[in-house]
Design a protein around this ligand. Structure first.
Ligand code: MN
Ligand code: MN
Ligand code: MN
Length: 275
């Protein structure tokens, strides 16, 4: 009953922090971490909503990093979201994100899509939009039928509207999280289509930077994948994390807190938390 990875409408999730709290309370979750992409804007609202409940809120973030031409996601858990260094990194990421969004919009114009950036911002309700918002615009404007096709034809790596982004380095992200008192975790390690040897390289770089955890369970991972990631955690002495990566009903197939259980042979990231 622990979910350490989900999104609110402050990034690309559908729900407000208050609505997320209500869902988590209905599902009788014990611990919930909100991990919006490159923002901590929803954390105070979620904490406030949960103040008189049994649900323990963990302050989190999901930072995009650029590692050897791959976009990798690093989760920070138990961060001090007022930390000045972290705020600086977030400001830097926001600048990169907005610039990237405008470039993506420019790339979509030749396909007959006008003002895609403004449209994405309208869907998001803010200007720090990401590719899922553009996928939504492409669907609404009738260019594709679903988000998967939007990535396959336009937004995915190597496609016409793919824009490589100067995200933080892995060292900057992990050090920023650690400096803010948090624990850094590799998000969904199997989502990057890395070869196994590259994945090992990523884990080594991450540990060298001060990272301590990896998601063993993420969203709808299979039992085989879960067991393999649990093995990797043990091999590298990493703590195991788990999360639904819930973005909202209709977007996410796994509901908040409904991801698989962590295998018993790994050490959960919360084993030393005082909660
Ligand atoms: Mn997302
Ligand atoms: Mn992610
Ligand atoms: Mn996520």
């Amino acid at each position: 009953m622990i979910d350490l990875h989900c999104h609110s409408h402050f990034s690309d999730g559908l729900l407000s922090p208050v609505a997320l709290f209500n869902k988590a309370a209905d599902a009788q979750l014990q611990i919930l971490a909100l991990t919006d992409h490159d923002t901590v804007a929803g954390l105070a609202l979620l904490t406030e909503a949960a103040r008189h409940s049994k649900l323990k809120i963990i302050n989190g973030i999901e930072l995009s990093v650029r590692w050897k031409k791959n976009d990798v996601h690093i989760i920070g858990l138990n961060i001090d979201h007022e930390d000045a260094g972290l705020k600086g990194l977030i400001a830097q990421q926001t600048e990169s994100r907005v610039l990237r969004a405008k470039q993506i919009a420019d790339c979509l114009t030749p396909f007959g899509l006008e003002n895609a950036y403004q449209k994405a911002c309208e869907i998001a309700g803010h200007d720090r939009v990401g590719r899922p918002h553009f996928a939504q615009v492409l669907i609404t404007e009738g260019l594709v039928r679903d988000a998967k096709t939007a990535f396959k034809r336009y937004l995915g790596r190597g496609k016409p509207a793919y824009v490589p982004t100067p995200w933080l380095s892995i060292d900057e992200a992990v050090e920023g999280i650690v400096h803010a008192g948090g624990q850094a975790v590799i998000a969904h390690p199997l989502k990057y289509s890395l070869t196994r040897s590259k994945l090992h390289e990523l884990i080594n770089a991450f540990i060298d930077a001060g990272g301590v955890g990896m998601e063993v369970v993420s969203g709808e991972t299979t039992v085989t994948d879960v067991n393999e990631m649990a093995g990797l955690c043990m091999r590298y002495g990493l703590l195991a994390s788990t999360g639904s990566d819930y973005h909202g009903d209709g977007i996410s197939r796994i509901a908040l807190g409904k991801q698989r259980q962590l295998p018993l042979n790994c050490t959960p990231i919360w084993h030393q938390w005082t909660i």
